[in-house]
Design a protein around this ligand. Structure first.
Ligand code: SAH
Length: 224
């Protein structure tokens, strides 16, 4: 695990449901990357959901956040993270950081996370929560993530947690050669295919990684 991320919390009262969630990710969803399973079994997801929903935090579903946004289902967080094939040395760009839960998982598995969220209130809650939990290797920005974060590029990996009509060109341009991006792409606003983009010397290749349903990616290179 990353040295600048916090130590494992030993007793928060949620070890059993969190362990069950990780076991389900392994046995039912076939998540095989042990580092990803370890991070899912470490991050206190109950602290990232609205307090009234804490008892449901380790169940197998997405949950509502404020202002019509959602905290992604644990499976999709694990799947997208696994597809990035992180080894701990990467600089990762995350777009649509929402609650900050996915950000925390990435922060445990990569060197540095650059997180962009377009809704300021959501971003400031997440930032406060991550700081409070001791995640030091995260930088935050409020804005349109479809434009990327040019001054910190190139990135070794990118995770986009909202669905767009096509792969935003600025993100491809800011991905290092050999770098991976996972992004939901669909011609309708709420149904997408999870796509893994791998940057090549010239252009990029794409793989279809199955259906998914995310909130819309809104921005200059997303939905207007
Ligand atoms: N992984 C997050 C998912 C949050 S939902 C979680 O589990 O909490 C997707 C988020 O993407 C929303 O918070 C939404 O505001 C944000 N979003 C949508 N379009 C965006 C854009 N162009 N740039 C940055 N964030 C965006």
């Amino acid at each position: 695990m990353n040295a600048s991320a916090p130590n494992v919390r030993t007793s928060d009262g949620f070890e059993i449901p969190r362990g069950r969630m990780a076991a389900h990710l392994r046995s039912y969803y076939k998540i095989a990357d042990e580092r990803v399973l370890g991070a899912m079994n470490t991050v206190p997801r109950h602290l990232f959901v609205p307090s009234a929903l804490q008892s449901q935090a380790y169940k197998d579903n997405a949950l509502p956040l404020s202002v019509g946004q959602t905290i992604s289902q644990p499976f999709i967080v694990a799947r997208m993270t696994e597809l990035l094939e992180l080894n701990g040395r990467e600089r990762v760009l995350e777009i649509g950081s929402g609650s900050g839960y996915q950000t925390a998982v990435l922060a445990l598995l990569a060197r540095k996370v650059f997180a962009i969220e377009r809704i300021a209130s959501i971003a400031s809650n997440a930032k406060e929560r991550l700081m409070g939990l001791g995640y030091r290797n995260v930088s935050y920005r409020v804005g349109d993530g479809t434009l990327g974060w040019p001054i910190y590029s190139p990135f070794d990996a990118m995770l986009v947690a909202a669905g767009g009509p096509e792969v935003p060109q600025p993100l491809v341009d800011q991905l290092a050669v050999g770098g991976r991006m996972v992004i939901p792409i669909g011609s309708e606003q709420k149904v997408q295919v999870l796509v893994r983009v791998t940057r090549k010397e010239k252009g990029y290749t794409t793989e279809n990684c199955g259906p998914c349903a995310f909130v819309p990616l809104i921005g200059e290179h997303g939905w207007k």
